[in-house]
Design a protein around this ligand. Structure first.
Ligand code: GLN
Length: 202
């Protein structure tokens, strides 16, 4: 079944996500307006600069419509900055976030030496082959709420989480040729689309 996945196009590495989503089998479109948002079955918030994107979301009046769609079941995936924007709490950030996944993240947490690195990451949900995870000034997850599933850790710190229809990764799967995380998210979107279209029990 064909699904359409949007990539929030206010700032960040949008083009790479569009290409990876298409390679994984989705129709992928850039989302810049509320009308764009209304057309998609799932949304990716890419990497970039979280303080900037929170301001742009407010300016373009996109924050509330995204929150409403996600609360109504639309899958959301935040990569790096996108996960910060989706998080309930951000240590040391004095700015409201979307609060869609019950985690506390710390920005730029892996420190200067590991500012950017490609790390073979064990992600059991994707099979036994390690995932080539690219970290760029990445956040880590320092608290997970009771309904949050921890899908991967790096050096004892959470770097991939899921709570229902919301997925978060500290790293950037769109920057590698391995599209398994995009495939995983597409499955979430396909599932949600089926549930959304299922007729109510008679
Ligand atoms: N350091 C950025 C922030 O805190 C995130 C970096 C990224 O998305 N690659 O917003």
């Amino acid at each position: 079944m064909g699904v359409t996945v949007g990539v929030l196009g206010l700032q960040g590495d949008v083009v790479e996500h569009l290409a990876a989503l298409r390679a994984a089998g989705a129709d992928a479109v850039e989302v810049k307006t509320r009308a764009d948002l209304a057309r998609v079955d799932g949304l990716v918030i890419p990497g970039g600069e979280s303080t900037t994107v929170m301001k742009l979301l407010a300016r373009f009046e996109m924050a509330q419509p995204i929150v409403e769609r996600v609360r109504a079941g639309m899958p959301l995936w935040g990569t790096c900055m996108g996960m910060i924007v989706a998080a309930k709490d951000v240590a040391g950030l004095d700015q409201p976030t979307l609060g869609l996944i019950d985690i506390t993240v710390r920005r730029n947490a892996f420190g200067r030496q590991n500012d950017s690195a490609e790390v073979p990451l064990a992600i059991p949900a994707l099979g036994s082959t390690p995932f080539p995870a690219v970290f760029i000034r990445a956040p880590w997850i320092e608290r997970t709420g009771p309904r949050v599933e921890l899908l991967a850790e790096r050096d004892g710190h959470g770097v991939m989480v899921r709570e229902g229809n919301v997925l978060g990764t500290s790293f950037h799967p769109e920057l590698t040729g391995d599209h398994r995380v995009h495939g995983y998210f597409l499955e979430m979107v396909r599932e949600a689309t089926k549930v959304g279209k299922a007729s109510p029990a008679a």
